[in-house]
Design a protein around this ligand. Structure first.
Ligand code: HEM
Length: 162
């Protein structure tokens, strides 16, 4: 494996593979609550960038559902972090935020979608990643759509799988 670029050292706690510990909880005012499993892979090739892939599945049917992948950068010399993300739903986004220790809080700065994406269209996304004291990783995602104000959509806890 390539030596870690020092620019991404503050996020080295993400590197590797994670899987949901227990199924995550999905919700939104307009949909039936659901449970899902998810695997996360964070890797690096010596660039000042972390590469990631997230793959989610229906907890009961195991059917593939949501997938997203992208890149993470840190503004050199700061705690400012950017996620560059592509989702299988046709959404692309830039999220930016701050790293405080092992708590990463992000907000969408730019969203774009395929011209024929289904409504409702997402207008805003916020996420939190936190490495907990017990070594587990927690992710919480909220979103606003054309119909609904910013409301939690996802909450999940992962354990390291490699
Ligand atoms: C529904 C966005 C991640 C599973 C939705 C809806 C939107 C959305 C806009 C429709 C809400 C409505 O009808 O009012 C997003 C965004 C995500 C994300 C922006 C990531 C940032 C996930 C993940 C899963 C998931 C990881 C895990 C399996 C679902 C399900 C529904 C749904 C099952 C309801 C059924 C459906 O309409 O397809 N999501 N989602 N989503 N999402 Fe997500």
């Amino acid at each position: 494996e390539a030596p870690l670029n020092p620019a991404i050292a503050p996020l080295d706690w993400l590197l590797g593979s994670w899987e949901s510990d227990e199924p995550g909880e999905g919700s939104f005012p307009t949909i039936a609550p659901f449970r899902y499993t998810e695997t996360l892979h964070f890797s690096q090739v010596g660039q000042p960038v972390i590469n990631f892939m997230f793959n989610a599945f229906h907890a009961e049917s195991k059917k593939p559902l949501h997938r997203e992948c992208g890149f993470i950068r840190i503004q050199p010399g700061t705690n400012r972090v950017a996620f560059i993300i592509a989702q299988n739903s046709g959404l692309v986004e830039i999220e930016e935020g701050q790293l405080a220790g092992q708590l990463l809080s992000l907000q969408s700065q730019a969203l774009a979608r395929a011209s024929f994406s289904k409504e409702p269209h997402v207008q805003q996304i916020t996420r939190l990643f936190q490495l907990r004291a017990d070594g587990k990783l927690e992710q919480t995602v909220s979103m606003a759509t054309g119909d609904q104000p910013l409301t939690q959509h996802l909450h999940i806890i992962y354990r390291r799988s490699s």
